[in-house]
Structure formats: structure tokens, C-alpha cells
Write a protein that binds this ligand. Structure first.
Ligand code: TK8
Length: 336
């Protein structure tokens, strides 16, 4: 009797062992449409290609991630809706444009909140960033990782901006997000919300005089062709978020989900390093392309920050008090 049990156990172990050796990971052949707003030759485009390669490697070549840059699949909000409906699988875009879906995402746009990239990484990759990302699920979106868009600076075609008053009368394109509208109205600009996909044409035809984006985007979008003045205001740290359609995600095998999640994390690390390198070079490049660069004094930035407290208070009072508190707590922990 004893002998039998031992024999059975040995057979069971052998079977289990064999199964784990021959177990083929469960990947179907799939094509993934991955949309993004910037040009293919940008930090965003490079990171999408990196992600595509990683997914290819991790699925034994069964998956093909096809990147569509320059908003070929639509603006950020249009793509978000395509993901929710299941007509598109993946995208990357600004967290700022998610406010129509989960309003609390406006919290990242509060001006002068993050002092440096290290703080941003800690908050975004920690429990605060994860919890906010998870709230997209009930809306039909799966948030995978945050990439870096970066600290935003101001450009315009009219005159150098060295202080707040210089923004008066400037028609400034902002993202479709109330925090930006309130912030720039507070500065005295004429804030015009517009999709990024419309922005170059709007600057070229002088429908708007200026815009604000990280220097990497100013360079890759060739805004220097239509904007003369750049002011280094660094008023907001702006994240990007990699999103998947929940409808599509729910149909993936566990192995497939693991492959995508692993590739997303690898792409995040690649993207941040690449963006930071590109950012360090961009100001010099933009000067060479003919832009006039203005540094704004710390005292003036402090004046600007004080002016934005009205926009912050309004955001809190609009039902976002808790998320503001939670972000402040996460930041305090990151600063330690
Ligand atoms: C790209 C946008 C862009 C953002 C903007 O699709 O709209 O100004 O900074 O990165 O998401």
C-alpha cells in the first residue's frame, strides 16, 4: 500500500514537471492598433516602437503592435472613446485629456505641484498613481503605466514672456481640461481649449498666438517653425498614460496580459530615460532653429504660483478635494 502511494506520487511529480516544461505559453496571433498624437519622430513615437518590439519578443512573435502616430487614429479624446467602444486596442496620451472620463485626473495638472522628475516618478508609480489608474476600469479603460510628457513651457508668436502680465491678450491654446483653462485665465491669457491634433494648423494660421508643451514636443512637432518665443515656465509636470481597451483586455489570456504588462513597464523605463535625454538637448536645438528663449525668474514663478491658488481651490471645490489631499500626502511621502 505504502509502495503504491510512493509510486503514485512519483508519477504525479513527473507529470507536473513535464507539464511545466512543455507548457506552451498561451498567445494568439493578434494585431494591436496603438495610436498616439505626436509625430513618429518624437519621444512618444520612439517609445511606442520600443513597446511594440518588447511585445513581439514576449509573445514569441505572435503579436504585432502597429503604431499610428500624428493622431492618425484621432485626437486623445477620440481615441479614448474608440478604446472604450472596442474599436481600437491601445493608445498613449496625456492624462489631462482623461478628465471627461474620470475628473480626478485633473489633479496632475495642478500648477507647480511637482518640483522634479524624481517626485513625479515616486507618486505616479506608487499607490496614488495606481489607484487613480485603476478607476478607469469601470469606464472601460485599462491604465498600464505612466510615461513622461514632461514639464510644460510656453511659446508664442507675439513677444517674449518674462512675467505674467505679458500673457495679456495672448490667445493661448490649452488642453481640453478646466484646470488649464482656469490657470491661464488667471494669468491673464485668452485660453482656448483645442485638441493637440489641430494645434500646428491653428498656430500656423494664427488662429491662436501660443501654446504650452514640454520642449521635447515643441521640437518634435516643429512648433519652432511658427513660434518665435519660448519661456521656460515649467508650470505643470504632465504625464502620459498608456491605455488599453477594457473590452479587448478582458479577452486576453493570462500569459498575454503578463506579456503586455511586462512590455509596458520596460517601455516606461526606456521612455523616461529617452525623454530626459532629449529634453536636455532640446533648448539648444530650439535656439539653433531660431527661437528666442527666456528664462523666467524664480520670484516671477512664485508670483505665478500664488496666482494659481484660485484654480487649485476651484478644482478642489468642484468635488476633487479628496484626490488633492491624497496627492499632497503622496508627495510629502516622496519628498522624505
Ligand atoms: C499628444 C498630446 C500632447 C499634450 C497636449 O497627443 O495636448 O498638449 O501635451 O502630448 O497629449
Amino acid at each position: 500500500m505504502k509502495k503504491f502511494f510512493i509510486k503514485a506520487a512519483v508519477v504525479a511529480m513527473a507529470v507536473a514537471g513535464a507539464a511545466s516544461v512543455v507548457h506552451a505559453a498561451d498567445y494568439s496571433t493578434r494585431i494591436v492598433r496603438f495610436g498616439y498624437g505626436l509625430n513618429e519622430d518624437s519621444n512618444q513615437g520612439r517609445a511606442v516602437r520600443y513597446f511594440a518590439d518588447e511585445v513581439g519578443k514576449r509573445t514569441g512573435g505572435k503579436w504585432k503592435v502597429k503604431g499610428f502616430g500624428a493622431a492618425a487614429l484621432g485626437s486623445d479624446p477620440q481615441m479614448q472613446n474608440a478604446l472604450i467602444g472596442g474599436a481600437q486596442e491601445m493608445m498613449v496620451g496625456s492624462t489631462a485629456t482623461l478628465v471627461g472620463i474620470v475628473g480626478d485626473f485633473g489633479v496632475y495638472d495642478l500648477p507647480f505641484i511637482f518640483s522634479n522628475e524624481k517626485e513625479a516618478d515616486a507618486v505616479l508609480d506608487g499607490p496614488f498613481g495606481q489607484k487613480l489608474m485603476d478607476r478607469l476600469q469601470e469606464k472601460g479603460l485599462v491604465g498600464l503605466v505612466y510615461w513622461e510628457n514632461g514639464f510644460r513651457d510656453l511659446t508664442n508668436s507675439k513677444h517674449p514672456i518674462t512675467k505674467m502680465e505679458d500673457m495679456q491678450g495672448i490667445k493661448l491654446r490649452v488642453m481640453q481640461n478646466p484646470v488649464y483653462i482656469d490657470m491661464f485665465k488667471g494669468f491673464g491669457a485668452n485660453a482656448v481649449p483645442l485638441a493637440f491634433s489641430e494645434l500646428f494648423a491653428a498656430l500656423e494660421t494664427k488662429t491662436v498666438d501660443g501654446q504650452e508643451n514640454p520642449v521635447t514636443t515643441i521640437e518634435s512637432s516643429k512648433f519652432y517653425e511658427v513660434q518665435k518665443y519660448l519661456s521656460l515656465t515649467h508650470h505643470v509636470y504632465s504625464p502620459w498614460i498608456v491605455l488599453a481597451s477594457k473590452k479587448w483586455w478582458d479577452g486576453l489570456s493570462a500569459d498575454e496580459k503578463k506579456a503586455v504588462q511586462g512590455a509596458a513597464i520596460a517601455s516606461r523605463d526606456f521612455e523616461r530615460k529617452d525623454s530626459r535625454e532629449a529634453s536636455a538637448k532640446a533648448i539648444q536645438d530650439l535656439k539653433q532653429k531660431g527661437m528666442q528663449v527666456t528664462t523666467v525668474s524664480p520670484a516671477e514663478l512664485e508670483r505665478m504660483r500664488k496666482t494659481t491658488t484660485a484654480a487649485v481651490d476651484k478644482f478642489s471645490a468642484d468635488g476633487h478635494a479628496q484626490v488633492v489631499k491624497d496627492l499632497q500626502a503622496a508627495l510629502a511621502a516622496a519628498k522624505k
